[in-house]
Design a protein around this ligand. Sequence first.
Ligand SMILES: NC(=O)c1ccc[n+]([C@@H]2O[C@H](COP(=O)([O-])OP(=O)(O)OC[C@H]3O[C@@H](n4cnc5c(N)ncnc54)[C@H](OP(=O)(O)O)[C@@H]3O)[C@@H](O)[C@H]2O)c1
Length: 273
Amino acid sequence: MAMPPYNPFAADCSLRYVLITGASMGIGALFAREFAKRGRNLVLVARSADAMHMLAEELRRSCGIRVEVFPADLRDPGSPERILEFCHLRHTEVDLLINCAGLSRAGDFSDIPEEKLDEIVMVNMLTLAKLTRLFLPDMVQRKQGAIMNIASLAGFQGVPGLGLYSATKSFIITLSEALHAELKKSGISVTAVCPGFTDTAIFEHSGHNRTQIRLPVCKPEVVVEAAIKGLMKNRMLVYPTLLDRFLVYSQRVASRGMAIGLAGFFAGIRSDR
Ligand SMILES: NC(=O)c1ccc[n+]([C@@H]2O[C@H](COP(=O)([O-])OP(=O)(O)OC[C@H]3O[C@@H](n4cnc5c(N)ncnc54)[C@H](OP(=O)(O)O)[C@@H]3O)[C@@H](O)[C@H]2O)c1
């Protein structure tokens, strides 16, 4: 018999924890605020320790929840195991893992410095997969839990000027789809959230001039709200806006070349297109 979809706000989740990577700013920090407002305990992970401690203190005070902070550089291959160990030592049972940490680099693939390439691949793909692999067994044993992976519309086709980033987001979508199906009958929800351009500091961090973007830039609040609704309905893929959905569905009638060309045009990174 099919299990009911995971509900992160059910009474029996109240002592457990939501672990959010990339929780120091942007979409990840907003997830933290939203889950805190609704009474969930949190584990925050990213590199910016001060930003996370400030956020944690604010949420403990305003929402009366428990918040653990684990500063970690997710490009470090040992970081997933250390995060799991930290959770075990603190007896923080994680029933929702939100893999939100991610980074990008705008420009030609041939210009990406090698260490940036390593970081993008490590954080966006390998660390996400390892964290999922490490936290899943406890969820499966409890027959309750969820993995939410923050992918991107960029993952539905290669994006000229964001080639490596779009490839890593395709990985997240493909892995999430497979896990969603594998875990369907186990009570574990797996959701990939696929936002379009969203108003955070990612553009400054990646060298992407946001004034060149030829699509509306969405508010992160819209992404977080749609993600939580999608999770509660056990959606495999979540498109936060109607435009996001339209852009993905319109690929069914466009040629592959046209979809890729348009994605590059919308991103507005390469001046020769
Ligand atoms: N904004 C958009 O247009 C958009 C669209 C689609 C999908 N997304 C995805 O949404 C997610 C959140 O992005 P955002 O827009 O909120 O970007 P952001 O403001 O740049 O936040 C990125 C987060 O990832 C963390 N991070 C980056 N590298 C890390 C590392 N080596 N180790 C640990 N943490 C690291 C950062 O924390 P520290 O720097 O403190 O480590 C930060 O908390 C990403 O996966 C992104 O790909 C964003």
